[in-house]
Each structure stands twice: as C-alpha cells, then as structure tokens.
Design a protein around this ligand. Structure first.
Ligand code: AKG
Length: 202
C-alpha cells in the first residue's frame, strides 16, 4: 500500500507535568489504518503468553508478537520474547514513524486486544535495555480504547485519552520515569484493536 505524507498540522501536546507526550490523532487515515489492521491481524504470528502474578500462572490478557532488526530478546513481567525479523510492512510503518519523530527504532512489540476483556495493566516502559528517557512510539489500529496515565508520586495527577484508529502516541524524555500507563478492561461491546509500540533496545 502507499502511505500518505505525514500531516504535522494536528499534533496535540498533553499538558502533563514531568511528561512529554504528543498525540497525532490521524497519523494514518482511517482507510489506511483499516488496511494495516487487516494485514497485521491475518499475518502476525500471535502468541498467548503465560504470566506469573504473585506466584500464580495466568494467561496474558491479550496476544502479542515481537519483531526486531537484531536477535536481542525483550523481557518484561517474567516474559522473554525472541524477535521475528521485521516484515516489509512493519518496516514501512517503522520508517514513516521514524521520519515523523526523528528517532530510530530497533524493535516493535505488537499487542492484539481481542475484545474489551483484554487489557494491559499499570506499568512504565522502563526496562533497563530501553536506557534512560526512551522514546516510545505507539500506533493504534482498530477499535478505540482508553489509555490511562497516572503520576507515580503525585496521586492527583491523572489523565485519560481515547486512542483512535490510525493514531500515534509519542512518549519521550522522563515520561517513563514519572508516569504509569494502562489500557483498562471495558464492559462495552467493542471490536479488536492492534497496538504497535516501537522502541530502541540498547
Ligand atoms: O496498547 C497500548 O496502547 C499500550 C501498550 C503498552 O503499554 C505496552 O505494550 O507497553
């Protein structure tokens, strides 16, 4: 598919203390985003990982797949993911995002939220291999889901935004140091959502 040029006219900077977060609502048009969703949904080697919570094993409440341009494994929450090589489609998405945010990425974690019962609990993207102040570029495709943010120390500082189909969220500077984020479950009947988070693993 051909991808439209990046439109800088609509970038929303979230006014949050101790964070640098930009939201690009229409990074991809709805039409492009729907095509990307279908291709990634069909052609990604999705897996359902086991996670350990307080010594008990559960199924992770979403499917995942990990891609990188090297062999480095990525570990979080007792999970160690071995990368697949980037597909031409993922490489094209990566290049467009790299141009937009003037940052190079080495890996991409894909999450598939099958319905409102799939979720991603409170966490920061602060694994050691991401280094200090990582740039995390997070692309949303498919159903809209709420993205919650809360400050680690100042309990009154919270924010939520609805991540729309085709949108890109950029988190930079000390954001991961000061803030946690989550995708909560919802009882609303909603469709599937794919999220791609591009990262540079050191
Ligand atoms: O699905 C999302 O928008 C968030 C994904 C996320 O936080 C992660 O993979 O670390």
């Amino acid at each position: 598919m051909s991808m439209s040029l990046f439109d800088t006219s609509k970038i929303i900077k979230l006014p949050l203390q101790d964070a640098t977060i930009e939201y690009h609502p229409q990074f991809f048009s709805f039409e492009e985003a729907n095509t990307l969703f279908d291709e990634l949904y069909q052609n990604t080697p999705w897996i359902e990982e086991d996670i350990r919570v307080y010594g008990k094993i559960y199924k992770q409440p979403r499917l995942t797949a990990f891609f990188a341009n090297n062999q480095k494994k990525y570990g979080y929450s007792n999970i160690s993911m071995t990368p697949h090589p980037f597909s031409p489609l993922l490489n094209a998405i990566k290049t467009k995002i790299e141009m937009a945010c003037e940052t190079q990425f080495s890996s991409c974690l894909l999450n598939l939220y099958r319905d409102g019962q799939d979720s991603n609990g409170w966490h920061a993207d602060d694994e050691k291999e991401l280094g200090l102040n990582p740039v995390i570029a997070s692309l949303s495709l498919g159903a809209e889901r709420f993205f919650h943010l809360k400050h680690k120390k100042i309990k009154t500082l919270k924010h939520k935004l609805n991540l729309q189909n085709g949108s890109l969220l950029l988190m930079k500077d000390a954001t991961q140091h000061h803030w946690l984020h989550q995708i909560p479950k919802t009882k609303k009947p909603i469709g599937k959502r794919i999220n791609l988070t591009f990262r540079l693993l050191k």
